[in-house]
Ligand binder design. Structure first.
Ligand SMILES: *[C@@H]1O[C@H](CO)[C@@H](O)[C@H](O)[C@H]1NC(C)=O
Ligand SMILES: *[C@@H]1O[C@H](CO)[C@@H](O)[C@H](O)[C@H]1NC(C)=O
Ligand SMILES: *[C@@H]1O[C@H](CO)[C@@H](O)[C@H](O)[C@H]1NC(C)=O
Length: 375
């Protein structure tokens, strides 16, 4: 008798676990459209290639070096190159759409309509200044449009509008993701993880300083995203490939790199927490890209991704991860997978529209309660 009860209880628990896993994917559709309740009239974005919708493309050096300006970038949805480093829409595009707003135009598109906000993000941009990185012997590759440069653009944009403070009360600001490239460049230029950890406080302070400037411009609702679990990124998996099984975590991501990202995220969250005390009337929200990404990896198969391609680039060639740094997406003859929507990684560094769609979904669910929007 007792045994039967135990078995029944076990079965109930097991089916609950299964139901919960299924429900997880379902649940993330229930808040669809709710961002509209926030009635944002404008969105402003600062950042790098995760959110650039066409600034790098319009800079001379960046524009000629970035592979994101070439076919097959943009083959999905836009059916043309836009400067977005993906096959289609980015997270910021989904956020704008869910807010009921048009896509953000890039600041560098001088003739564009900025009545619903501006995108200042530039692919390749860092949080630290060129000088500060140079002191650490880290060279920028193809853009100098760092966070402070983007803030300068923002300042000049607001100066061109009369009484901007009043007009920014209904605006949403995203400061980042930025800072990831500071570490990416360091890693690709031979810095040790220990050296990069030492950079964390300065990168975080630079971002927080940027958030303060944005508040001075009149922002009242600000999202500050952290870094992705970079040890799960295809290019990193390729670069740090090893036979040492202990180097990987349960998702087959490089532990040391994820630990660096967590260290950075922890510092950023601490700094945001401190800032909230100083600015009780400003809504400051940490954008948890790290956990959004792990959620996506965990649920990838039930969300329709191919279980054999979770860490392989869709557009790329050769090796375990279909990524070769000397022949990347956009170079002549580099193939594209049949169905990008079955892949998380688009080009080994950036993600597919399908992956960004789910990350944006998770993120919106996570930030909505914190935004306090009235129905
Ligand atoms: C594709 O984009 C280019 C550059 O922005 C533009 O000149 C061209 O007209 C676009 N083509 C289509 C078919 O939209
Ligand atoms: C970035 O700045 C450095 C010096 O400040 C300059 O030499 C370099 O040409 C600049 N690069 C770009 C892409 O503007
Ligand atoms: C990567 O591409 C280069 C240049 O085409 C080639 O020489 C090399 O063998 C490739 N690496 C792998 C692992 O296939």
């Amino acid at each position: 008798m007792a045994l039967t009860i135990r078995v029944v209880i076990l079965l109930i628990i097991m089916s609950f676990v299964v139901l919960q896993q299924k429900g997880d994917a379902q649940k993330h559709k229930k808040t669809e459209g709710l961002l509209m309740n926030c009635r944002f009239d404008k969105i402003y974005q600062l950042g790098n290639s995760i959110s650039d919708t066409g600034n790098c493309l319009r800079e001379s050096l960046c524009g000629t070096h970035s592979s994101c300006r070439r076919f097959p970038y943009g083959i999905n949805f836009f059916h043309n190159v836009t400067g977005r480093c993906s096959d289609g829409m980015l997270m910021i595009d989904f956020i704008a759409r869910e807010s009921g707003l048009p896509f953000l135009n890039p600041f560098k598109d001088r003739n564009a309509d900025f009545s619903h906000g501006v995108n200042f993000a530039v692919a390749g941009a860092t949080a630290l200044s060129v000088e500060s990185l140079a002191e650490k012997n880290i060279a920028m590759s193809f853009t100098n449009s760092t966070l402070s440069v983007q803030l300068h653009w923002m300042s000049s944009h607001f100066k061109s509008i009369s009484s901007p403070e009043e007009k920014l009360k209904k605006s949403l600001f995203l400061v980042g993701e930025i800072g990831g490239n500071d570490f990416n460049y360091g890693l690709s230029q031979g810095k040790s993880i220990k050296e990069l950890r030492k950079m964390v406080p300065e990168v975080v302070q630079t971002i927080i300083h940027g958030v303060k400037r944005v508040i001075d411009f009149g922002a009242t609702r600000i999202i500050i995203p952290g870094n992705f679990p970079i040890g799960c990124v295809t290019a990193m998996l390729t670069k740090f490939k090893t036979n040492k099984i202990t180097a990987y975590d349960e998702y087959h991501c490089v532990k040391d790199l994820n630990s660096l990202a967590r260290y950075f995220n922890h510092h950023l969250q601490q700094a945001i927490h401190e800032m909230k005390k100083k600015y009780p009337n400003i809504i400051l929200i940490y954008g948890d890209y790290y956990n959004a990404y792990l959620w996506l990896l965990r649920n990838a198969v039930s969300l329709g991704f191919d279980k054999n391609s979770l860490q392989k680039a869709c557009c790329g060639t050769s090796g375990k991860y279909n990524y070769n740094t000397s022949r990347t997406c956009g170079a002549p003859g580099v193939p594209v997978c049949v169905d990008p929507s079955t892949h998380i990684s688009w080009d080994g560094i950036h993600l597919t529209q399908e992956a960004y769609k789910w990350l944006a979904r998770w993120l919106i669910d996570d930030i909505l309660p914190q935004l306090n929007c009235q129905v």
